[in-house]
Design a protein around this ligand. Sequence first.
Ligand code: ZN
Length: 259
Amino acid sequence: MIRHLNCASFAPRLVGPMVAHVLLVERPEGLLLVDTGFGTADVAHSVRLGRAFRAMMRPALREQETALAQVQALGYQADDVTDIVLTHLDLDHAGGVGDFPAATVHVYDAELEAARHPRGMEHGRYLPVQWQDARFATHHADGGDDWHGFESVTVLGDDVLMVPLAGHSRGHTLVAVRDPEVADGWQVHAGDAYFHRGDLTSPPTAPRVLRVVQRLLAQDDVVRRANQARLRELVQADHPGLRIFSAHDPVELAAFTDA
Ligand SMILES: [Zn+2]
């Protein structure tokens, strides 16, 4: 079963409410998280998120929104989470890593390299205290276009894939989880490859402020825009089994949680 959680709430001025969309996948081998939002240490020590981030994003920081609290509310324990797959290591995606010490943390190799050795604008976007004690497994795709025309790398069997889609950050990826309840079904966490459902319409209808924010946050904006265009083509091609959503759009999240 694939559950959709909100593991952080934000209220940036001009933009309106944003969420941190997280997947909790119940597999026979253990629980899998895709992204983690904020963790209990972020909530308890919010100063560590930095003044600039807090002033811009205005996070709510509620203990009950952490992945740990939601996993426990379902009757599980922290150690039942065996694997975490991260779209990237930005602080609003990796904060929950520290709450699951038993988990293997899967990340694209270029992203871990960027987080450990930031260059230029990468300084400040990563928060090593969130993940420095994690047990990482790094992944790298080596060519081919085996997943709907995109390069991909298997993370856990054939059911969990990383689809590298750089631009927002150096090693940003989509994470695709096979949906056992749908023929050719995949639920695709697109991380920050786009910010608003209107980024993927033709023509794009995302609010202008969000288009500006995406450009300012991009590690490589030329690559980001090209990859967002590829994703738009994929969404507009008719693949009924594909459900694609981004990390921060509350309307996309509600489409799953209100169902
Ligand atoms: Zn983000």
